[in-house]
Design a protein around this ligand. Structure first.
Ligand SMILES: [Zn+2]
Length: 232
């Protein structure tokens, strides 16, 4: 009675195994992991490019400020050379204050320059690492591709076999099977083993087992896991 549907289930098991092999492939997992790393690296590069643009602006502003300062300093120095002795003290104080501004501007420029160096170093490091990661990604992707190329025709063949078997199935058994499969249950049909469900191992009462005979498919439904239990 159940012969064909059990064959169908066995064939579907083959399909599940093949599909699981692809889904659980370590190469696929690695490739996906590295792909994420590459995406993060790219995002970081975009951020660094933005930071570099901003820091270049700051650098341009700071150097312009310094050039302006240098001009004013030249002017002050020229004035000091022609100044009266009496004004010298005032000029010297001004000059001292001015020198402090210059030192502060130089420090700003130095800090900006350090930032530029840091950004460019990180940028280069990421580019270098990305290159290696890209090569690793290609390797894992190719390995997964080879597995996929091997398994896909097999999957197609098993699917064709399932379609062929489907036509030969007894309607009632097939309907029961399909309904359970929609709830993602697998395997659907299990054999009774030592008065236990062959799926979840729950013990089945004698009275429940007795219902197998009164059923035209010769099955009972497990109260625990919902599988359809048969006896050989
Ligand atoms: Zn069960």
């Amino acid at each position: 009675m159940l012969g064909k549907i059990l064959e169908y289930q066995k064939t579907e098991q083959e399909l599940i195994n093949l599909e699981n092999e692809l889904a659980k492939s370590k190469d696929r997992e690695k490739a996906a992991e590295i792909q994420q790393t590459l995406k993060n690296q790219h995002a970081r590069l975009v951020m660094l490019e933005d930071a570099a643009r901003k820091i270049n602006d700051s650098y341009a502003k700071a150097t312009a400020k310094y050039e302006d300062y240098a001009k004013k300093l030249d002017k002050l120095e020229a004035e000091m050379q022609n100044a009266d002795e009496s004004k010298m003290e005032m000029y010297e104080k001004t000059y001292k204050d001015f020198a402090a501004i210059g030192a502060s501007l130089e420090k700003d420029i130095q800090n900006i320059y350090t930032s530029v160096q840091q950004i460019s170093k990180e940028y280069e490091d990421i580019i270098k690492k990305s290159k290696t990661d890209r090569e690793r990604f290609d390797k894992f992707k190719a390995a997964y591709g080879a597995l996929k190329n091997d398994r896909e025709p097999k999957i197609a063949a098993v699917k064709a076999e399932l379609a062929k078997l489907e036509k030969e199935l007894e309607t009632k058994a097939y309907m029961a099977y399909k309904q359970k499969r929609e709830g993602n249950l697998f395997p659907v049909f299990v054999e009774v083993a030592n008065n236990r469900c062959g799926g979840c191992r729950m013990e089945i009462s004698a009275s429940k087992l007795g219902q197998m005979k009164s059923n035209d498919l010769g099955i009972i439904e497990c109260e625990n896991c919902g599988r359809l239990i048969y006896q050989k």
